[in-house]
Design a protein around this ligand. Structure first.
Ligand code: HEC
Ligand code: HEC
Length: 224
């Protein structure tokens, strides 16, 4: 219990200000998270624990200690009720398809688990930096200058699903991911993913181009 209060305390203060019952909801959410066995595959206390490739391969699911900085709340609560594959391939595999068998939560549990996960934030993410925008420069980086599209699916020209399958799908990433987290992850991958499964672009892309490509990815929204 103590561990949980320490890890989440920064997020709680903010939540408690915006809503009187958020503290209770997040605490109930932590209870549901434990009761449902979510912690068997996800850890929720930061900073990152993985140090070697073996640590990474031993993980059964993505780390969630900065979930409140990474995800958009509406996406998260809906996904916990009806989880659709994010990674085309099975977690930590380069050959097997994603089995699409993620545990589901009922609506009320999903709401409180969402409050809990949204309380887990990282101060390495600066708020208000990335405005999602149609960004030709970012598109050029993503599709041509850098190999991003070789590993990530996205909806390209003529609404066609394109891109590689080894990284998480970025289709509708603008609905799922916090734009500011995308930039923080590009700039400081060591904070979030100390064991690299994705190449590091620091030194290859200028800070300005990091911002351009983050804005471009953050603008991946459902096509009308
Ligand atoms: C048997 C292991 C396992 C259990 C138990 C499990 N998860 Fe997961 N979880 C995964 C895997 C694997 C993924 C990646 C799924 C994908 O990419 O489609 C994932 C993805 C997620 C994500 C998205 C994370 C990201 O970075 O993409 C969230 C949020 C999440 N799980 C929450 C939960 C919650 C809440 C519970 C408890 C109800 C739970 N999980 C139970 C294995 C598990
Ligand atoms: C060689 C394959 C590869 C390339 C090239 C690549 N990525 Fe990735 N990317 C990954 C993998 C694998 C992950 C999952 C991160 C991990 O667990 O290490 C990832 C994660 C991400 C995420 C977070 C997605 C999530 O849901 O967690 C974003 C955003 C992203 N990449 C953007 C980019 C951008 C922008 C570029 C180009 C500048 C790029 N990637 C190039 C493989 C790649």
């Amino acid at each position: 219990m103590m561990k949980y209060i320490t890890a989440a305390s920064a997020g709680f203060v903010l939540l408690a200000v915006s809503s009187g019952s958020a503290w209770a909801d997040a605490a109930a959410g932590k209870g549901a998270f434990d009761a449902k066995g979510c912690g068997e595959c996800h850890y929720t206390d930061g900073p990152a624990k993985e140090k070697t490739i073996e640590d990474q391969l031993a993980k059964k699911g993505p780390e969630l200690w900065y979930a409140g900085s990474k995800f958009q709340k509406d996406w998260l609560s809906a996904w916990l009720i009806d989880p659709k594959p994010i990674r085309p391939l099975k977690f930590n595999s380069l050959t097997e398809d994603n089995p699409a068998d993620h545990p589901k939560l009922a609506g009320d549990e999903a709401a409180s688990v969402t409050d809990f996960l949204m309380s887990l934030t990282s101060d390495a993410v600066e708020a208000g930096k990335v405005k999602p925008k149609k960004n030709p420069k970012g598109r050029q980086i993503f599709t041509k200058k850098m190999p991003c599209s070789g590993c990530h699916q996205y909806v390209g020209r003529k609404k066609k699903l394109t891109g590689g399958r080894s990284g998480p799908s970025l289709v509708e990433a603008g609905v799922r991911l916090n734009p500011d987290w995308i930039l923080a992850y590009m700039l400081k991958p060591e904070v979030f993913k100390p064991v690299k499964m994705m190449p590091v672009f620091t030194g290859l892309l200028s800070d300005k181009d990091m911002l351009n490509v983050s804005r471009y990815v953050a603008n991946f929204k459902p096509k009308k």
